[in-house]
Design a protein around this ligand. Structure first.
Ligand SMILES: [Zn+2]
Ligand SMILES: [Zn+2]
Length: 322
C-alpha cells in the first residue's frame, strides 16, 4: 500500500506567513555561508541534504485528508476525511482518471466536525457525471452534515447541483467490510459527537490505521485495551497527536485530542511498526512540530521494551510505502 498525506493540520487550515518564510531563508543562508553553487539544482541538493526539515520545508496547513492506495488503476480511490487537503487530492485524482484510473471514490469519515468535511465543496470529482462517490461513516447523520454546509447561507453551490453519483453508507463497529483491494474495520473513539477510526488491511496482510480526533488520557490508559487490539501489529498507525503531553493534561484536557506520548504508549503496547504524528495544532510552527517529532523519537527510544517503533511526523505531501 501507499499512503499519501494531503492534509495533516488539525482544527483549522493555516498558511505560512512572509516572516516565517524569511526566517527559513535567513537560516539557509547562514547554513550555506562560504559555499558557492553552480546552479539551482546544486543549491537545492545542498538544502535537501544539509538543512533540517523545518528550515527546508514545512509541515503544511491543510486539514485532514489521507489517501490509501491499495490497488492499481482499475481499483477505487480510498480517502480518509474531507478536510481542506481534499481539494488538491481531487485535482490530482482527476489527472489520474484522465490517464485511465477508475472514477470510483470510497471516502471514510472520522466524524463530521468542520475541519474534516470543509474540503468537500471544493472536490472537483463531484462535478464529474461519470464519478461514483461512496461516503462511509459511523455517523448516520453524515449526509445531513454535508448537505448543510452547502446550504445557500453557507455556500453558493447546492449539494443537489453536484453531478457525481454520491451515496452514503453507515458502517457498524465489529464488522469487516471488503471494499476494493482492502478489508475495512472501524472503532468508536473518544470525541465530541463521537469519532471513528478505520483499519485497512490488504490481501498481503499489511495494515494501516487512520485514527484521528480521539482523546486517550495518560491516567486512564488501562481503559484503552480496545485500541491496543485495533492497532495490534499494524504497519502504520496515523494517530491524533495534536498536543504535547504538557498541553494535553494542563490547558487542553477534555478538548477531544491526544498527545504524542500517549500515541507512542498505545503503539508500543500494540507492537505497531510505524506511527505517523497527525492532526497538528494550528498554532504550532514548523520548528515546534520538528521539536515535538524529535522529542517523540527520544521518548520512543527511552520507553521501548520490544521491537522499535518508527515515528514519522506527517506533513502535507508526505508519501509512505507500507
Ligand atoms: Zn479535527
Ligand atoms: Zn473533531
Amino acid at each position: 500500500m501507499k499512503v499519501r498525506f494531503w492534509g495533516t493540520r488539525g482544527s483549522l487550515a493555516v498558511a505560512q506567513k512572509a516572516a516565517s518564510i524569511g526566517d527559513k531563508i535567513a537560516a539557509a543562508l547562514v547554513a550555506a555561508r562560504g559555499r558557492t553553487f553552480a546552479d539551482v539544482a546544486e543549491a537545492r541538493a545542498f538544502a535537501e541534504s544539509e538543512l533540517d526539515f523545518a528550515t527546508f520545508g514545512t509541515y503544511g496547513g491543510a486539514t485532514s485528508c489521507v489517501e490509501v492506495e491499495a490497488g492499481g488503476e482499475g481499483d477505487a480511490f480510498i480517502v480518509c476525511d474531507l478536510g481542506s487537503g481534499l481539494r488538491e487530492f481531487g485535482l490530482d485524482a482527476m489527472g489520474r482518471c484522465a490517464r485511465g484510473h477508475a472514477r470510483v471514490y470510497h471516502v471514510f469519515l472520522s466524524h463530521l466536525h468542520w475541519d474534516h468535511i470543509c474540503g468537500f465543496p471544493f472536490f472537483v470529482p463531484v462535478f464529474d457525471p461519470a464519478a461514483e462517490v461512496v461516503i462511509h461513516s459511523g455517523h448516520p447523520d453524515a449526509e445531513t452534515a454535508l448537505r448543510r454546509q452547502q446550504e445557500e447561507i453557507s455556500f453558493p453551490v447546492a449539494f443537489d447541483w453536484l453531478r457525481a453519483n454520491i451515496s452514503f453508507r453507515t458502517l457498524e463497529v465489529g464488522t469487516r467490510y471488503p471494499i476494493g483491494a482492502v478489508t475495512v474495520e472501524m472503532i468508536e473513539q473518544h470525541h465530541s459527537h463521537l469519532s471513528y477510526g478505520y483499519k485497512f488491511t490488504d490481501a498481503a496482510g499489511k495494515s494501516v490505521v487512520y485514527s484521528t480526533d480521539s482523546e486517550h488520557k495518560i491516567d486512564k490508559m488501562d481503559a484503552e485495551t480496545a485500541f491496543v487490539g485495533f492497532f495490534g501489529g499494524c504497519d502504520l498507525v496515523i494517530c491524533d497527536t495534536m498536543y504535547s503531553l504538557a498541553d494535553s493534561i494542563s490547558m487542553k484536557e477534555d478538548w477531544g485530542h491526544s498527545s504524542n506520548v500517549v500515541a507512542i504508549d498505545l503503539c508500543h503496547e500494540a507492537e505497531a511498526k510505524r506511527l505517523a504524528l497527525f492532526h497538528h495544532e494550528p498554532t504550532y510552527s514548523d520548528a515546534d512540530l520538528q521539536r515535538m517529532h524529535q522529542e517523540s523519537i527520544r521518548y520512543e527510544e527511552l520507553t521501548r521494551e520490544t521491537a522499535p517503533l518508527e515515528v514519522l511526523c506527517a506533513y502535507d505531501g508526505l508519501v509512505v510505502d507500507v
